[in-house]
Ligand binder design. Structure first.
Ligand code: COA
Length: 336
């Protein structure tokens, strides 16, 4: 029997990778297909363009992100012990997207599973992966956030189609005995009474796919934007301030807020409540739109690539999404 080491360790992020599909849909494209304008989209959401995957499913995005992670870190597929894929757009109900990634990359010693937490999915998966590392049983856990939102967006609905994009990003979690580094704290929530405001009703066991579910457009995202906006602003800001207080973090201690990228106005409101300045907020919603589970790891991957995050930086990751789900994770960055 494999023995657990009982040393106290933190889970630290030791690598990041990403994949953004090539095809870009800019705001002008949406002016041609729905009644909208570049100006409305930019000022109401902060989005300029988003990318869409033409061939393949979410496992393609996830696989390429993990391949990029392996290229950057030298991680070998057979070293990976666990793969967790946060997504709301799995290739299929089963097998899990994590199994498809495992097979694509040849991670022959890994087990894995998908985690459905919508826009908070990456935070839920990161906390789960961190707990696996902290248990002492695992030393190399890959956590992926990936969504092919274009597969569940109704491109005749202007209230949702302009918002979402496709993308994937991944982090490698490993233990550290230096408890100054890695995941320090998390506050996570869900409240299923929010189900009326943001959902996709069709295709599950309650409403299996039928001509009727297709006719009623039940296989697309439905969102009551204003309702979600109000709870998202409060939920994300409250939980971000709470994690600061609980860890005695002052605004100047935080290198970056790494927020879910749903709407620039929600991000600005959260930053204001935290008392941090604009240059302490990671933003890439302008380039990718809302990629659901991928937004937060994409932020980490972009800023790491641009050498804007340094070892020792204190980060607050914060999200709000369907469910409702929301939460924040406080971590100290370990990569040079
Ligand atoms: N182009 C032009 N007009 C649009 C539009 C578009 N793409 N989408 C909606 N509108 C219109 C509405 O029909 C409405 O028109 P009306 O006043 O004539 O009825 C008007 O713009 C205002 O709509 P509203 O829904 O109040 O806009 P908003 O400022 O709330 O922005 C969202 C809409 C979706 C961008 C915003 O509500 C939002 O970001 N919600 C939260 C998203 C979120 O956090 N989701 C959780 C994670 S996925």
């Amino acid at each position: 029997m494999r023995k657990r080491e009982r040393k106290i360790v933190n889970a630290q992020i030791t690598g990041v990778g990403k994949y953004i599909p090539e095809k870009i849909l800019d705001n002008k494209y949406f002016e041609k297909i729905v009644d909208t304008s570049d100006e409305w989209i930019r000022t109401r959401t902060g989005i300029r363009e988003r990318h869409v995957l033409e061939e393949g499913g979410t496992s393609t995005l996830a696989t390429r992100a993990v391949e990029n992670l392996m290229e950057q870190t030298g991680l070998k597929p057979e070293e990976i012990e666990v793969i967790i894929v946060a997504t709301v757009s799995p290739d299929m109900f089963f097998p899990a997207t994590a199994c498809l990634v495992q097979d694509n990359i040849g991670a022959k010693n890994a087990w894995g599973f998908d985690l459905s937490g919508a826009c908070s999915g990456f935070l839920f998966a990161l906390q789960t992966g961190a707990n696996l590392i902290e248990s002492g049983q695992y030393k190399k856990v890959v956590v992926v956030g990936a969504d092919k939102m274009s597969s569940i967006v109704d491109y005749t609905d202007r209230t949702t189609c302009v918002i979402f994009g496709d993308g994937g990003a991944a982090v490698l979690l490993e233990p550290t005995e230096d408890l100054e580094y890695g995941v320090q704290d998390s506050i996570l929530h869900c409240d299923g009474s929010g189900k009326e405001a943001l959902h996709m009703l069709g295709g599950g066991s309650l409403n299996p796919a039928s001509h009727e579910t297709v006719d009623k457009k039940m296989h697309y995202i439905y969102q009551d934007g204003q309702k979600v906006f109000k709870v998202a602003v409060k939920g994300m800001a409250d939980v971000s301030v709470e994690i600061m207080k609980r860890n005695n973090l002052k605004s100047e201690d935080i290198a970056y807020l790494v927020p879910h990228q749903a709407n620039l106005r929600i991000i600005d409101a959260t930053a204001r409540r935290m008392g941090i300045s604009k240059d302490q907020v990671i933003i890439n919603i302008d380039k990718y739109g809302n990629t659901t589970a991928a937004t937060i790891p994409l932020c980490l991957a972009d800023y790491y690539e641009e050498k804007k995050i340094q070892r020792g930086d204190k980060l607050v990751l914060s999200a709000f999404g369907a469910g409702f789900t929301w939460g924040a994770i406080y971590l100290t960055w370990s990569i040079d």
